[in-house]
Design a protein. Structure first.
Length: 379
């Protein structure tokens, strides 16, 4: 502006300006404003970068603290497990030994055996790589939400367990989430009983049950799921409806006792009917599949029977041909033996004749020699 005033005073104060002279100061003003705006943008960008760096540092500190806390927790659990192993005796010790050696009974029940969090962790660790146990009964053993995490970890790694009974425990929301994550990977579990637990925190937290329902969309091995008396509401019920309708393997799903009919948040009659209809559809599919498998097995049995008959006929023909060939070879061998005997007999007869002829020739030569001697004496 000072330059503009100087320019105006130099040009006579109020004289008319050229177009270029009028635009030059305006361009300079716009350049100065743009330069000030550029400086302001750089300052703001620097502040944002500093805030982001501070945020990243705080996040890294939190992650480091969480990792350290997790490490300390794992060390604590490891110490507890080692101490418990030293104290272990009785039935549970025998079960753990047979599980680790893969010589356990196919069906194991832990009734009358005291279980705590440490002992359950030892049990789940033994089950992770076990191949002999097909079902395990943990009903009414006082399992807690922390124990459910151990069960979920075991189900992710075990490939042979078919049935898991956990009725009447205190498994909570975290247990439902851990079991749901395990069902996404598990391909062998067929029956899961979670009746009368606390999977929804008395109906106040449905996220674990919702995750369990979402896992059913991916799982293709589970046939029976028992979830009665777990405080499941209509919110989670809708997810279960969608999951069961998308799943073609579940044939039995029990959601009874999850709220009274007068409770608006409980499962609606329509939801229960749709779940039952989906389960009935799956049972029909399973029944048709079993019938088709039986027909296929029967057809395979018939084909196998026909193949065996054919093999027996072929074998009988082979044996007959071998017997015929063996008789022919025996006849040829007998003829050859007779021919050899005949040739040998002929050779012996010929030799005998030659010997007789040679003997006669010798005798005649001796007789002729004696005659010649007599004639010489007479002369």
């Amino acid at each position: 502006q000072a330059r503009r005033r100087a320019h105006l005073s130099a040009s006579g104060g109020g004289a008319p300006e050229d177009e270029a002279d009028r635009r030059a100061p305006e361009a300079e003003d716009r350049g100065a404003q743009a330069e000030e705006g550029g400086y302001g943008g750089l300052e703001e960008e620097k502040e944002q970068e500093a805030a982001q760096r501070f945020k990243d540092e705080q996040q890294a500190k939190r992650q480091k603290a969480m990792a350290e806390q997790k490490r300390l927790e794992l060390e604590r659990k490891r110490r507890e497990e080692e101490e418990q192993r030293k104290k272990m005796e009785g039935g549970l010790d025998t079960i753990l030994h047979t599980l680790s050696e893969n010589v356990s009974a196919p069906h194991i029940t832990l009734s009358c055996i005291e279980l705590g969090s440490v002992r359950l962790r030892l049990l789940t660790q033994a089950l992770e790589q076990n191949e002999s146990c097909l079902s395990i009964d943990l009903n009414r053993r006082g399992l807690t939400d922390e124990d459910g995490l151990s069960l979920g970890s075991m189900l992710e790694k075990n490939c042979f367990l078919r049935k898991l009974e956990c009725e009447g425990n205190n498994l909570g929301v975290r247990s439902a989430e851990a079991i749901a994550d395990a069902l996404r990977k598990n391909t062998c579990l067929q029956t899961l009983n979670l009746e009368r637990n606390n999977l929804t925190a008395d109906g106040n937290d449905q996220k674990g049950i919702i995750r369990l329902a979402e896992a059913l969309k991916e799982n293709r091995s589970l046939r029976v799921l028992m979830l009665s008396r777990n405080g499941i509401t209509a919110q989670a019920g809708e997810d279960f409806v969608k999951a069961v309708e998308a799943n073609e393997m579940l044939t039995v799903i029990d959601l009874s006792g999850n709220g009274s009919s007068g409770n608006e948040s409980s499962l609606s009659v329509d939801q229960l009917r749709r779940i039952d209809a989906a389960a009935e559809r799956n049972r029909e599919l399973a029944s048709r599949l079993r019938r088709a498998e039986r027909r296929e097995r029967f057809a395979l049995y018939n084909e196998e029977f026909k193949c065996r008959q054919h093999y027996m006929q072929v074998e009988a023909m082979r044996l007959e041909v071998e017997a015929h060939e063996e008789r022919r070879l025996n006849r040829m061998r007998a003829r050859f033996d007779r021919w050899v005997e005949e040739v040998e007999e002929a050779a012996r007869e010929e030799k005998h004749i030659i010997e007789e002829l040679e003997s006669d020739a010798v005798d005649r030569a001796a007789a002729n020699a004696s005659k010649n001697k007599g004639k010489k004496k007479r002369k």
